[in-house]
Design a binder for this molecule. Structure first.
Ligand code: CUA
Length: 158
């Protein structure tokens, strides 16, 4: 079989790109340990109130972890627990949240934090609040008649 010179070049280029792409995905998944953010942690949505850490919502100082505080939220129609919380400025905070009933949103206005809370799953994000002030946590997934009133307040204090 005769291949034209340009065909060979393209063939080598195409196979080369495929190897580069698969190596990138492979290194990212198996060496760096990157995974899709969802479906990592599950919970029985009927037993949220009895399951740690959701049995004690709010801010908690933790030792020996990569973050300084854990901020636990339980969402349900149509509120967040806690409804108001204080967070120290500049601290590394892991936000851990879930929902007891339907899908709710978890958006902290003015930041890049925007998660979806799904029944049966735990949503997490590690963040640092660098600016003091009041932040509003809002639900941005339509969840029923009280959707527009579903908020919480996060105060970042010095
Ligand atoms: Cu909860 Cu909209």
């Amino acid at each position: 079989m005769h291949l034209h010179k340009f065909e060979k070049i393209w063939l080598i280029f195409g196979v080369g790109m495929l190897i580069v792409f698969l190596s990138t995905v492979g290194v990212s998944a198996f060496y760096l340990g990157n995974q899709p953010p969802s479906c990592l942690a599950t919970i029985d949505p009927e037993k949220v109130d009895e399951t740690a850490p959701f049995n004690k919502p709010g801010l908690k100082k933790v030792e020996g972890k990569d973050w300084d505080y854990e901020l636990v939220f339980v969402a349900s129609a149509f509120n967040y627990n806690p409804g108001q919380v204080q967070v120290p400025k500049g601290a590394k905070v892991k936000v851990i949240a879930t929902t007891k009933d339907v899908v709710h949103g978890f958006e902290i206005a003015g930041t890049n934090i925007n998660m979806m809370l799904e029944p049966g799953y735990i949503s997490e994000i590690v963040t640092t609040f660098d600016k003091a002030g009041e932040y509003t946590l809002v639900c941005n997934e339509y969840c029923g008649v009280g959707h527009h009133m579903m908020t919480s307040k996060i105060e970042v204090v010095e």
